[in-house]
Design a protein around this ligand. Structure first.
Ligand code: IMP
Length: 423
């Protein structure tokens, strides 16, 4: 299996971090290829508990090289904090972390602009993570970005920063906030530059060589299919390409190199931030899912919205990403629910409607069609074999497989990396 991709099949927070930590045991390279520190991949393994924001979750394995490829936007302070956090836990990344010089930098003004735009939108806000993700991508596509490679050329970095501050401070002042000082940013970035310099290297030839030698390269998707900037619930999306094709522009690797595309979904559905969510439960059941599943964001701590499993979404995720398998996480969270529903599709004014036929306002109005399954009312926590699962839990999973038409390869039964069933 030379190249495999792990991707979120819903709105992010599907439990990708744990699955990546588990699967990266055989990986030579683990590659982040989009997003930034809006991601929060939780990993609980023999080193401790970690919320990984930028460094790929596969970094914990001795032989695995962690790559932050060009599609990732980088907040240098967050990256350096993460390197320190790993060092404290006994993981020295000095010989095993590669940062692409093509990555765009999240500058301090991007974070301020992110929050100013959200405030200006008021009730119509996106509900961003406030990490500057939208503004840094806007600069990237409008030719205003500052790259990691620019850090290495003092004159160029100063010129680019001056130009950007002229533009950004004008907007920031107009929106009533305090402008940035060029000197302060320069001083801070030259300090950060020293620390980051040893990690800067173009990963393109390494990845292509690894693929040619049939080494295992694991791509770590962040966020999820329905936060994709084109195919998600726009404008309630993130700024990057979260679907499988993103590996081409985000890491320079053709999608045809992939032999496995593993979609990760919870045994139910969650979403953070605004936007339509057809199976959302605004009642006691939703609250019970949130509390039992500890559904609070790893990045922002915000409560996640919770609802039943949505097979229409997952079928679309299969088609657009070319999912070959599914990993279903957090099965144990459903242990105490007497009845569990699966959304098998949507209707609009009584007529069936597919996800791709909707736009964002329409998706907010569709009615989910449910199939009710019997709960198992016993603990599945830590179970590692399919045959040991209670009968109704097996029936539930087989039904998910049938309705989504995707084979389930992994079932996660707890937060720890070894609490997993491999089928
Ligand atoms: P941004 O990516 O911070 O600009 O936020 C845009 C939208 O994507 C918001 O609804 C966020 O809550 C959501 N989002 C961004 N990253 C993640 C993630 O890693 N998990 C879940 N939702 C996310």
């Amino acid at each position: 299996m030379p190249a495999s991709l792990i991707i979120g099949a819903c709105w992010g927070d599907e439990g990708k971090g744990k699955i990546i930590d588990y699967l990266s045991k055989t990986a030579d390279y683990v590659v982040r290829f989009h997003g930034g520190n809006n991601a929060g991949h939780t990993v609980i393994n023999r080193f401790g508990k970690f919320a990984m924001h930028l460094i790929p979750s596969g970094v914990f394995n001795k032989k695995t090289i962690a790559v932050v490829a060009n599609g990732v936007v980088i907040d240098l302070e967050v990256l350096l904090d993460e390197i320190q956090m790993l060092k404290k836990a006994g993981i020295d990344v000095s010989q095993k972390l590669i940062i692409s010089p093509r990555c765009h930098l999240i500058m301090p003004y991007h974070k301020v602009l992110d929050n100013l735009y959200e405030q200006a939108k008021g009730e119509k806000k996106t509900g961003t993570t406030g990490r500057g993700i939208g503004p840094v991508h806007a600069d990237k596509v409008s030719y205003n970005g500052i790259l990691v490679s620019d850090l290495l050329d003092t004159k160029l970095f100063k010129e680019k920063l001056r130009l950007q501050l002229n533009l950004k401070n004008t907007i920031i002042k107009a929106l009533g906030a305090k402008p940035f000082s060029e000197k302060e940013i320069l001083n801070a970035f030259f300090l950060l530059r020293k620390k980051i310099k040893p990690f800067i290297q173009e990963p393109y030839p390494l990845l292509h060589e690894a693929l040619a030698k049939k080494r295992h390269v694991l791509f770590e998707g962040a966020q999820g299919t329905f936060l994709d900037n084109n195919w998600g619930t726009y404008p309630f999306v993130t700024a990057s390409t979260t679907v499988s094709g993103g590996i081409t522009h985000g890491a320079g690797v053709p999608a045809s190199a992939l032999s496995t595309v593993l979609g990760v979904t919870k045994a139910y559905t969650t979403r953070v931030g605004e936007g339509p969510f057809p199976t959302e439960l605004l009642d006691k059941i939703g609250e019970k899912l949130r509390q039992t599943g500890n559904e609070f964001g790893a990045t922002t701590g915000r409560p996640r919205r919770c609802g039943w499993f949505d097979a229409e979404l997952v079928r679309f995720a299969k088609e657009i990403n070319g999912l070959t398998h599914l990993a279903v996480t957090k099965l144990d969270i459903l242990d105490t629910f007497p009845n569990i529903k699966i959304c098998t599709g949507y209707t609009y004014y009584g007529k069936p409607i597919k996800y791709y036929q909707t736009d964002t306002p329409l998706l907010g109005k569709v009615k989910p069609v449910y199939k009710t399954m019997k709960g198992w009312l016993s603990s599945t926590k830590g179970i590692t074999s399919f045959s040991q699962l209670p009968h109704p839990a097996r029936i539930y999973l087989l039904e998910l497989e049938k309705i989504t038409r995707i084979p389930i390869a992994y079932i996660s039964t707890g937060a720890k990396t070894d609490e997993i069933i491999k089928r």
